[in-house]
Design a protein around this ligand. Structure first.
Ligand SMILES: Cc1cc2nc3c(=O)[nH]c(=O)nc-3n(C[C@H](O)[C@H](O)[C@H](O)COP(=O)(O)OP(=O)(O)OC[C@H]3O[C@@H](n4cnc5c(N)ncnc54)[C@H](O)[C@@H]3O)c2cc1C
Length: 475
């Protein structure tokens, strides 16, 4: 049967759009489909932050960075030991992610302070966050490729061990689309609690909230399981612990992540602090949260701090624009955010020992009188922070939230999907959050979006090469 296109890409997020750009440039005909009504996937609602090394933005701020330093940071972080991929990505992050993005209109405008694991600042944020990033990239393929939104891929079509197309459905009905090569860029599974529990049984004792984009349901994973692909590190995820249930979500499964509340203190069920709250990241912060018994954690803030809070979710933020009145609405209405005129009254409402919480807050506030550089218990740097003195006081019930899948389907360095028989599955490629590059851990220095872009480009180039176009990704 004749093909409908050369390259068929399922999933129009960061990796899918990058794959489309690369495949189109090689001369192939490209079709891109997505189940959502818009292109951009989770990447579109993301902060857009990418790890890059040796950039002009770093130089303009006097930051010296090298690939060797970044590789060493990466390998020291979160138990990651996939050196070939770490080195591959980091040594290409300047030219093939940062400058490649600039060439397509992405304006890298902000460098944020180093997240845990990074010895220097290398988290680069584009103008207008993920929306700015994806709008610029999508602009480059408009009119040059075919795309179909609100079209769901339901399964892969196999012929004699080779993937030759997919089955789709949309409002016009069901359709088979045939291609010389298929690329799956369907993202992670962090918005599918059933899969989180199935793939990460070690987390079943915790209440986890769904926390990725609305399309990150792991549908590609399910299709690949059916054809016996391998899944290294499948249950590994980036979990945030500074999140609260989305009270507007009728399923009760979705969570919301806070930003700009680093002045808060975290307390456990005994009303005691247990951690340096500035180290809130997925490694140290989440581990400290999970080591509490019971794992019940509240964030305590006062009115001044609450007014500065931001929420990373499309209802509360569009691109770089924050809707402060909606954040206030959350503080006013969420049953998971408790308010009281005094710390003692707050303690009673959240059922922690009032004497303990009063003492905890008193001790914390006393640092602002004696002014040590760091708090004496957990070493939190205090410069620029405020004591908890401005009523009313708030307690946010913190829960774990799954943001990014870190493991996924095993692929080789051409992004071909690997079968359990250790051989690539002909005609099939995968990239982005669904994939574990090289069959190993995708690596994590706080961000994976840059890796999604680079692996998407690789998949687009190698799939095109298999289809008879271009030289592959030899950059
Ligand atoms: C609020 C938020 C903020 C984030 N901020 C950052 C950040 O600053 N830095 C960072 O590194 N990461 C961040 N992330 C994570 C990052 O956005 C993702 O890791 C990244 O977008 C993954 O890219 P991807 O191309 O693999 O998948 P996605 O961007 O998720 O795209 C996958 C696409 O596939 C589609 N799809 C899935 N299954 C099917 C199917 N069966 N049929 C048709 N279409 C399908 C989905 O609808 C989706 O559009 C953030 C995530 C969120 C939710």
């Amino acid at each position: 049967m004749a093909e409908d296109t050369d390259i068929l890409i399922v999933g129009a997020g960061a990796a899918g759009v990058a794959a489309a750009i690369e495949a189109e440039q090689s001369g192939a005909n490209v079709k891109l489909i997505d189940q959502l009504p818009y292109l951009g996937g989770a990447a579109r609602v993301s902060g857009g932050g990418c790890i890059a090394v040796g950039t002009q933005l770093q130089a303009s701020m006097g930051i010296q960075d090298t690939v060797e330093q970044a590789v060493s940071d990466w390998l020291g972080c979160n138990g990651v030991d996939d050196e070939p991929w770490a080195r591959y990505y980091l040594s290409r992050s300047l030219k093939e992610v940062y400058m490649w993005g600039e060439d397509r209109g992405v304006l890298w405008e902000k460098l944020k302070s180093p997240e845990e694991g990074n010895s220097v600042s290398r988290r680069h944020y584009p103008f207008n966050a993920g929306e700015g990033l994806m709008d610029s990239l999508i602009e480059g393929v408009k009119g040059r490729i075919k795309w179909m939104t609100e079209t769901m891929c339901r399964g892969l079509i196999m012929d004699d061990g080779r993937v030759v197309g997919i089955n789709t459905s949309n409002s016009s009905g069901e359709e088979e689309i045939r291609a010389k090569a298929v690329i799956l860029t369907t993202g992670g599974f962090c918005s599918n609690l059933d899969l989180i529990q199935e793939y990460a049984p070690h987390l079943r004792e915790y209440r986890i909230m769904e926390g990725s984009g609305e399309g990150s349901k792991g549908l590609g994973h399910v299709m690949l399981k059916e054809i016996d692909a391998i899944f290294p590190h499948l249950g590994e995820m980036c979990l945030y612990c500074y999140a609260t249930p989305d009270y507007r979500d009728p399923t009760g499964k979705r969570g919301l992540v806070f930003r700009q509340i680093h002045e808060n203190i975290w307390i456990n069920a005994m009303g005691r602090r247990f951690h340096n709250e500035v180290e809130y990241g997925a490694d140290k912060g989440t581990k400290a949260f999970m080591s509490q018994n019971p794992p019940k954690v509240w964030s305590i803030l006062d009115e001044r701090m609450a007014r500065r809070a931001e929420v990373v979710d499309p209802y509360y933020r569009e691109g770089g624009k924050v809707f402060a009145e909606r954040v206030k609405e959350l503080f006013d209405n969420s049953p998971h955010i408790i308010r009281a005129p005094t710390i003692e009254a707050l303690a009673k409402k959240i059922e922690v020992p009032p004497d303990n919480l009063s003492e905890t807050v008193r001790d914390y506030n006393s640092y602002f009188e004696t002014q040590p550089a760091e708090d004496l218990e957990f070493g939190k740097p205090l410069e620029g922070l405020l004591p908890l003195t401005s009523p009313p006081f708030y307690a946010i019930h913190f829960l774990l939230l799954a943001r990014k899948s870190l493991g996924g389907v095993g692929t080789n360095f051409h992004c071909q999907v690997m079968h359990k028989n250790q051989k690539p599955i002909p005609g099939l490629y995968a990239a982005g959050e669904i994939a574990s590059i090289g069959g190993c851990h995708p690596g994590y220095l706080g961000h994976i979006l840059g890796q999604c872009l680079l692996s998407g480009r690789m998949a687009g180039a190698w799939a095109s090469n298999e289809a008879g176009y271009g030289e592959g990704f030899n950059l």
